[in-house]
Design a protein around this ligand. Structure first.
Ligand SMILES: NC(=O)c1ccc[n+]([C@@H]2O[C@H](COP(=O)([O-])OP(=O)(O)OC[C@H]3O[C@@H](n4cnc5c(N)ncnc54)[C@H](OP(=O)(O)O)[C@@H]3O)[C@@H](O)[C@H]2O)c1
Length: 239
């Protein structure tokens, strides 16, 4: 039987690359999407054609709807089995300072970045999950910049949760985080800001998708690593 991975936000950008990476590695992939249903369907077709002995399944769910998530994810594990790896990749890089943030944004940002990983983790634990959970973080978690206040607060919370859950859920489940530096410009934004961020990193290079994947592989294969946050960020956390 093939191993299985669940990737949230798995149809575009970083998530899409990771879906392709796990497919290449022989996994069945549960590709979760919210709005990118079309891209998800195309990706499922592409991967199914390329890897006919593996299963590729599209899951559509808006993680803002966190109160219904326990029942939904229980159903997913019941229908498709319990994954060996879960990658919490879904994210919304929403601008707004603490003064500006709306009640709706407060709830939505915590739902996507913290409640969803917590709820999926609880259900994973309940059904006897045994494997590796990886939370994609942002190197900005070491800062207190409020330009994307709720995004950052939620990612900081996810980083703390990474360590707490790693302790509570050992030995069956390992939980780790990867704090990323500049990978891709935010959607719809031009490259100039992104290039200036890349240029300001000590290593002066953007984070390659392949290096995110190899960091994930390291975490999955090294059974002594849990509760770690690995900075894959061209040393941006040092400045
Ligand atoms: N890009 C970078 O340079 C960078 C830098 C630091 C950290 N990171 C982290 O790395 C990860 C991947 O980055 P990225 O830029 O590829 O992410 P992204 O494009 O901003 O978001 C990934 C996916 O999250 C999903 N998503 C957003 N809101 C959702 C909701 N309410 N419910 C369910 N899914 C939702 C979207 O799925 P749909 O399209 O299906 O709606 C989206 O495609 C993120 O966790 C991000 O914080 C990225």
């Amino acid at each position: 039987m093939n191993k299985q991975v669940l990737i949230t936000g798995g149809a575009k950008r970083v998530g899409r690359y990771l879906s392709q990476h796990f497919a290449r590695a022989g996994y069945d992939v549960l590709i979760h999407v919210n709005q990118s249903q079309k891209e998800g369907e195309l990706l499922v077709t592409e991967l199914s054609d390329k890897y006919p002995d593996q299963q590729f399944t599209l899951l559509t769910y808006n993680l803002s709807d966190w109160k219904q998530l326990p029942a939904y994810i229980k159903q997913v594990f019941g229908d498709y089995g319990i994954p060996d790896v879960i990658i919490h990749n879904a994210s919304r890089y929403a601008p707004g300072t603490l003064r500006e943030v709306s009640l709706q944004d407060m709830e939505e940002m915590m739902a996507i970045h913290l409640y969803a990983p917590m709820i999926i983790g609880q259900q994973y634990r309940k059904v006897g999950g045994h494997g590796s959970i990886i939370n994609l973080l942002d190197t900005a978690i070491i800062t207190n910049d409020t330009s994307h206040a709720m995004y950052l607060l939620a990612k900081k919370s996810l980083a703390e949760y990474t360590k707490m859950s790693a302790l509570e859920w050992a030995p069956e489940i390992r939980v780790n985080g990867i704090a990323l530096g500049p990978v891709l410009p935010p959607e719809g934004k031009d490259d100039s800001y992104f290039n200036s961020v890349v240029g300001s990193t000590p290593l002066k290079n953007k984070v390659e998708l392949a290096n995110i994947a190899s960091t994930i592989d390291l975490i999955i294969t090294n059974e002594n690593i849990s509760g770690q946050i690995i900075y894959c960020d061209s040393a941006q956390h040092l400045i």
